[in-house]
Design a protein around this ligand. Structure first.
Ligand code: 3AL
Ligand code: ZN
Ligand code: ZN
Length: 450
């Protein structure tokens, strides 16, 4: 008879391609057996009854900014990873900027890796940056084990992480292609966004609407078109982050049809908040690219439903409260970034599964299987199968609740989703076989923040 560390009984197991009831046995951090309900024979140290609950592969958030080291007062790995655990996320990929030093060379990588290993309660990988003048660091970063490289096509808001000009992109992509790695891009046109912002400034226009108008969809379309042409020429794999519009997604779909190796991400905020919501909610909902109108939100859901959106990432990009407040009535001066690490799954369940009939399998695909596949972690992650890592989220689809400030584990508990009602809550999170979140709480072993 086998001895297991943990057995989860009687849940509905959802993967990107299947949904069925069963029991899962876990040993040494891996899934060691899956059977129909009642079929597992053996003893275990702990049992979880998942009757009436759904079991998803733990989410992989391929896009967060946890700001550590250097700006830990903005977030940090302790609070950031606890927020993810609460939201059913078991792995994150930390972006190379907003922390200081940025992850643009080996030293920056090693420093961040050490801190994340000490403090994170979920699994992680790190992005490396592509910036002007670090072409000679890319190979070191690749050997350090970055999950991929990230570049900005417009100013990032952080002085020490410069946006990449076209020659940096082109030369960088040749190098990245030579290692078989991937470049993620923040794709907005510097020329369009800066000139429109300057016109707004000269005419004293600085409202939320003015900010949105200074970063139109065409600015994304132009930048995406340019990066796709570099991708075609260099053969470099590309991942477009935070596309705000189905028009951007369509451009990516057309490139895929032509054989370009490209994927695209959108974020829960573009799927659940409109520019009108931004006017009502204010600076907490400021991001770049900005929120779009309600028709765009609906069109984005269509792109999601038909599988054109590959990946959902949160782009969790917090800042201290003072930087998320409007001063001099000027929305342009507010930090652009939405706190969303904890809320991805609840938004997709409420707005996607419940309101728009999106299948759970599609949600699992975009939040877990696809990021694992795109970044080389599948099927160890992103799946529920014998031999894969025991990264799981156990979900009560019927639990109805209103998100409040007290629910948030962020360093600064603000979110544009506070006060909204959701159906579907993550109740238990398991990372490599360890229960890190249970019954609405961080497990006692991880309660104390180091
Ligand atoms: N620097 C940074 O995190 N910027 C992010 N914030 C945002 O709203 N979009 C971004 O790219
Ligand atoms: Zn970005
Ligand atoms: Zn980002």
């Amino acid at each position: 008879m086998s001895t297991y560390d943990l057995i989860i009984r009687n849940g509905t197991i959802v993967t990107s391609f299947s949904e069925s009831k069963g029991d899962i046995a876990i040993k040494n951090g891996l899934i060691s057996e899956i059977s129909e309900c009642g079929g597992l024979k053996g003893t275990c140290l702990k049992e979880i009854d998942a009757t009436d609950l759904h079991i998803f592969p733990g989410l992989i958030d391929s896009h967060v900014h946890f700001n550590e080291p250097g700006r830990t007062e903005w977030e940090g790995f302790s609070t950031g990873s606890r927020s993810l655990a609460a939201g059913g996320v078991t792995t994150f990929f930390d972006m190379p900027l907003n922390s200081f030093p940025p992850t643009i060379n080996k030293e920056g990588f090693e420093l961040k890796k050490k801190l994340a290993s000490q403090k994170s309660i979920v699994d992680f990988r790190l992005w490396g940056g592509l910036v002007p003048n670090n072409l000679n660091d890319l190979e070191d970063l690749y050997h350090c084990g970055v999950i991929g490289f990230k570049a900005f096509m417009s100013p990032s808001g952080i002085d020490e992480f410069q946006n990449a000009d076209d020659i940096t992109l082109y030369k960088g992509m040749e190098k990245i292609a030579s290692f078989g790695s991937i470049l993620a891009v923040h794709a907005e046109s510097t020329v369009i966004t800066e000139q429109l912002a300057e016109q707004k400034r000269l005419s004293g226009k600085k409202s939320a609407l003015d900010y949105c108008e200074s970063r139109p969809i065409v600015s994304e379309i132009e930048a995406v078109g340019r990066i796709l042409s570099f991708a075609e020429t260099t053969g470099c794999k590309v991942h477009i982050v935070h596309a705000s519009s189905s028009k951007v997604i369509s451009l990516v779909t057309k490139a895929k049809e032509k054989g370009v190796d490209v994927t695209v991400e959108t974020c829960p905020h573009y799927l659940s908040l409109s520019s009108d919501d931004f006017m009502k909610i204010g600076p907490v909902a400021k991001c770049a690219p900005p929120l779009r109108d309600a028709d765009e939100v609906e069109a984005l859901w269509e792109s999601f439903a038909n599988g054109e959106v590959d990946i959902i990432g949160s782009d969790h990009s917090p800042a201290p409260p003072a930087m998320k407040q409007v001063k001099d009535n000027d929305m342009f001066k507010v930090w652009g970034g939405i706190s969303g690490a904890q809320t991805t799954l609840m938004i997709l369940l409420e707005e996607g599964y419940w309101k728009r009939g999106i299948p759970l399998k599609r949600i699992v695909e975009a939040t877990s299987a696809n990021p694992a596949k795109r970044f080389g972690l599948y099927p160890q992650k992103g799946n529920i199968s014998v031999g894969s890592e025991a990264d799981l989220a156990i979900i009560n689809l019927n639990q109805l609740y209103r998100l409040s400030e007290e629910d948030l584990f962020y360093r600064h508990p603000y979110s544009p989703f506070i006060g909204r009602t959701y159906r579907g809550k993550n109740v238990t999170t398991i990372v490599k076989g360890k229960v890190v979140f249970e019954n609405g709480k961080i497990s006692s072993k991880y309660e104390t923040i180091p």
